[in-house]
Design a protein around this ligand. Structure first.
Ligand code: UT7
Length: 316
């Protein structure tokens, strides 16, 4: 079983920020464009509205700047920028390079594409950098899915949207907040959800739904075991915001009441790499997480990737 070495230097969040696409699109707006209804979308997905617009660099810079301001740190003190995204502004260079420049950072910067699991993949990666000597890492999850969504396809257009969530991770003198983690992928399932260059997202929604519940539960169960805790110990679960019915089914199988889940899907839709930080920091801003609480982050996505982490909330 994977264990975090007791000698590894830990980290914790010292600031965070979020941003949403610049324009609001309601279900009623979509009713005007395609054969769907507000009632169907709410009942089948939990989504009421979503926000689209803005480039990846713009949204990442907004959330990143807010995180740096809340942390109260000099941008020059950031040792690395990790940007989780599936929708870079350009093929080359990585969008992280442009965001590094727009935020006035002087450090290494790279993109991580693990689809909707990207933020948790990046969180674990950032902890690895800190274990290797970095003092502060800026972690951002951003997606501009509106750019690769076919706005005439009711199978996908009702779901996807744009957003960004960022956090500053700082090294601690103790073992830090990360207690357990799990990263997974099954590339044999890549054709369930993909986007070819120059084309729109294609998705077998029913099959993704069926697999999503199982892989989220498997990954979460591994992280909970690695952390040496039980699902009863988890105060808040922050799932990927893909569909409220997926969240509900996963909570059910993890023996957690839905009330333990952080949800923003009604407001944000599915923002892929941004979805977990948007839900996590919304819960933190609303005072739903107390010092010492155990928080389970769990995502799934194209690839089919899965990622989860158990953290003890010790944010400054
Ligand atoms: O980050 C990961 C990204 N992807 C996902 O997480 C997707 C996971 N899958 C889902 O969320 C769901 O499968 C969808 C929301 C995509 C679809 O919901 P569903 O409950 O699986 O619907 P369905 O495909 O089984 O369709 C049920 C009915 C069908 O009509 P009939 O055959 O029963 O008459 C569809 O034609 O609903 C119809 N339908 C719609 N009606 C209104 C399908 N899409 C729509 C729509 N508006 N947008």
């Amino acid at each position: 079983m994977r264990r975090i070495p007791t000698s590894a230097r830990g980290a914790r969040f010292i600031g965070w920020g979020t941003a949403l696409g610049h324009d609001t699109v309601t279900n009623h707006d979509l009713e005007q464009k395609m054969d769907t209804s507000d009632e169907w979308i709410r009942e089948r997905t939990g989504i009421e509205r979503r926000h689209i617009g803005g480039s990846n660099v713009e949204l990442s810079t907004e959330s990143g700047r807010r995180a740096l301001e809340m942390a109260g740190v000099d941008p020059l003190s950031i040792d690395a920028l990790v940007l989780a995204t599936t929708t870079p502004d350009r093929g080359v260079p990585g969008t992280s390079a442009s965001v590094q420049h727009s935020l006035g950072l002087k450090c290494g910067a790279f993109d991580v594409n693990a689809a909707c699991s990207g933020f948790v993949y990046s969180l674990v990666t950032a902890h690895g950098l800190i274990a290797m000597g970095a003092e502060r890492v800026l972690l951002i999850g951003t997606d501009v899915l509106s750019r690769i969504t076919d706005w005439n396809d009711r199978n996908t257009a009702i779901l996807f949207a744009d957003g960004s969530g960022a956090a500053v991770l700082e090294a601690t003198s103790d073992s830090g907040h990360l207690l357990g983690w799990d990263l997974d992928a099954d590339g044999s399932l890549e054709n369930l959800l993909y986007q070819d260059h120059g084309d729109f997202i294609k998705m077998d929604g029913k099959e993704v739904f069926r697999r999503a519940v199982r892989i989220m539960v498997d990954s979460a169960t591994k992280s909970i075991a690695h952390a040496g805790v039980t699902s009863d110990d988890i105060a808040l679960v922050v799932p990927h915001q893909a569909n409220i019915r997926i969240i509900s089914a996963a909570c059910d199988r993890l023996n957690m009441p839905l009330e333990k889940a952080a949800t923003v899907i009604h407001e944000t839709g599915n923002t892929s790499s941004a979805s977990i930080p948007l839900a996590l920091f919304d819960a933190a801003n609303k005072g739903r997480i107390k010092e010492g609480d155990l928080v389970l982050l769990v995502g799934f996505g194209a690839g089919m990737t899965a990622a989860s982490a158990v953290i003890r909330w010790t944010a400054r």
